[in-house]
Design a protein around this ligand. Structure first.
Ligand SMILES: *Cc1c(COP(=O)(O)O)cnc(C)c1O
Ligand code: SF4
Length: 369
């Protein structure tokens, strides 16, 4: 797919379509916006009404244009429109599954690992993903990060020499203006002990028009800058998205993808393989494959842990190690991330270990003491 205006938006002038401010201002937010363009099923209508207070709905025309017409289970649609599954609650679900608030050491700063912090700078995103792990605050204006709290967060980071790596997150940091973003990144870069800066953003997927020449000029001046994005499905892999990735890579950003494994969206090894091949072609390395969290209202998206293991096992036999992400579970209660790997050992007799490889062959390896 090209990612240009088509379907209900075929009359939109290309220059408008390319303008990220136009895309932002024309986001589909109310049921009528969807009824008039992509339509709503009875179930979606009901889920929409029931979820408005808990987690807002917002979809850029660009992302909505990736919906497959006539498919109520379209994987793009499922990530963007409220569904009945969100209304079902389970006793094991958690409001703050990763205990980020308890690990907050300063406004917006979550410090869980020895050398790095997560820095929350905005509650806004162009599209609110129905599977978002931070649903409790993302989209909620009451969780906006005010200028003075961002300043306080930066001051905290400046005072803690153990922090080498700052992951600027939200919400989506590219929801901020170029000026605000340049200021935050500049302040962080001026801190001697901060060696690595990262931005977590889904804009290349949901609003690739936001990656403008002006923005990449800001990013170009920050070194080293890692940009983590979030492609989940081949329909998101458009020519337009590829252009955004290539502009970021040309500006010297090191690109990584953090995919979330979602039932009915990408819980199939071939789908993941297709996305990962495309990502490598556009200089973005698959970094993490996340098990969906125990957040409230997203259990319908979760797959058994065994599915994630099957996916990475399948990839290992078919794509370079560069295309095989770590399969990660972020443990509830702030336990942090752990990686799960398929078991390749078939049997062991003394120092002789029999392994299977990615395509099912058996091989004996002699270990040493
Ligand atoms: C995920 C996460 C990070 C970054 O983890 P990496 O494994 O280094 O990518 C840092 N802080 C918090 C709180 C996180 O949840
Ligand atoms: S872009 Fe990220 S923070 Fe925003 S709704 Fe999607 S998953 Fe949540």
């Amino acid at each position: 797919m090209t990612g240009g205006p088509h379907g209900p938006w075929s009359e939109v002038a290309p220059a408008q379509w390319e303008d990220w401010r136009w895309q932002q201002s024309r986001r589909l937010r109310r049921p009528a916006h969807f009824e008039d363009s992509v339509g709503l099923s009875e179930e979606e209508r009901a889920a929409f009404a029931a979820t408005t207070d808990a987690f807002r709905t917002s979809v850029t025309p660009y992302y909505a244009s990736l919906f497959e017409a006539g498919n109520p289970h379209c994987p793009i649609r499922m990530q963007a429109l409220p569904q009945a599954g969100e209304l079902v609650t389970h006793p094991f679900e958690l409001r703050d599954p990763l205990d980020e608030e308890a690990h907050m050491v300063a406004p917006g700063v979550t410090w869980r690992y020895p050398d790095r912090v997560l820095f929350y700078v905005t509650h806004n995103c162009p599209v609110y993903c129905r599977h978002c792990t931070r649903k409790r605050k993302v989209s909620d204006p009451g969780s906006a990060a005010a200028m003075d709290s961002i300043t306080a967060g930066i001051a905290y980071i400046a005072g803690e020499t153990a922090i080498r790596d700052v992951l600027v997150s939200g919400g989506d940091p590219l929801s901020l203006s170029d000026e605000r973003l340049a200021w935050i990144l500049g302040e962080l870069q001026n801190i001697d002990h901060v060696e690595v800066l990262r931005i977590g953003t889904r804009n290349p997927v949901t609003l690739p028009q936001r990656i403008t020449p002006e923005l990449v000029d800001v990013l170009r001046s920050v070194r080293p800058l890692y940009v983590h994005t979030h492609f989940n499905h081949p329909r998101e892999c458009t020519d337009r998205a590829a252009l955004a990735l290539n502009m970021l890579a040309d500006a010297g950003c090191v690109l990584g993808n953090q995919m979330v494994l979602l039932r009915g969206v990408n819980d199939d090894p071939e789908t993941v393989l297709t996305v990962n091949r495309w990502l490598l072609r556009h200089r973005c390395r698959p970094y993490y494959l996340f098990q969906a969290d125990m957040a409230e209202g997203i259990t319908h998206f979760r797959t058994p842990l065994s599915r994630g293991l099957e996916v990475v096992d399948y990839l290992r036999g078919r794509i370079s190690g560069m295309g095989v992400p770590h399969f990660v579970v972020d443990l509830p209660g702030g336990g942090g991330k752990i990686t799960l790997t398929p078991d390749y050992e078939v049997s062991r007799e003394g120092s002789e270990i029999t392994f299977r490889n990615g395509t099912g062959g058996r091989f004996v390896f002699h270990d040493v003491d």
